[in-house]
Design a protein around this ligand. Sequence first.
Ligand SMILES: Cc1cc2nc3c(=O)[nH]c(=O)nc-3n(C[C@H](O)[C@H](O)[C@H](O)COP(=O)(O)O)c2cc1C
Length: 173
Amino acid sequence: MKILLIISGSVAAFKACELVREFKKKDAEVTCLLTRGGAEFITALQLSSLSGTKTYTHLWSEHDADGMEHIHLSREADVVLVAPASADIIAKMANGFADDLATTVLLAANKPVYIAPAMNVEMWKKPATQRNIKQLKADGVNIIEPGKGALACGEEGEGRMAEVGEIVKAIRK
Ligand SMILES: Cc1cc2nc3c(=O)[nH]c(=O)nc-3n(C[C@H](O)[C@H](O)[C@H](O)COP(=O)(O)O)c2cc1C
């Protein structure tokens, strides 16, 4: 199985490293794509070292063969997973934005898309976020629901990214 893993700007981004390792243990091939926010939390080098392949970051890259990575990346994958999915990328997806490599790939994707939201409880509960989630469900996006508990910001509640094992299970199913 080939997985395109998109990592967006959440404090849970470090868990993407564990996700890559777990998928690889299950013989899946993982290619990573970091958003600008995601790259504030982890590096492309970390992800490439674990995945064993190039990590993509930019839409306007001069080094790609034909500059069409925004099309090829989902064509070469069996599934696209956004984990963690920030409130920002969820809002962009729900509204069809395509202003960076991740959102352009997602809009051009022809494969099943899964997202694992991760954010502060108030961000998660906000009507805007809930509207966006409802829209994504209606659009056929699979939501791996966040859990409740202690959040990195010190607050408590819903918004914790689903456990790595749970995400792996959802994708393999
Ligand atoms: C320390 C820190 C932690 C953050 N954690 C989250 C988070 O867990 N979830 C979230 O939706 N946004 C979080 N944000 C805000 C996003 O990083 C911000 O909205 C960013 O624009 C998202 O970028 P993206 O579109 O690449 O995901 C955090 C910001 C900072 C500075």
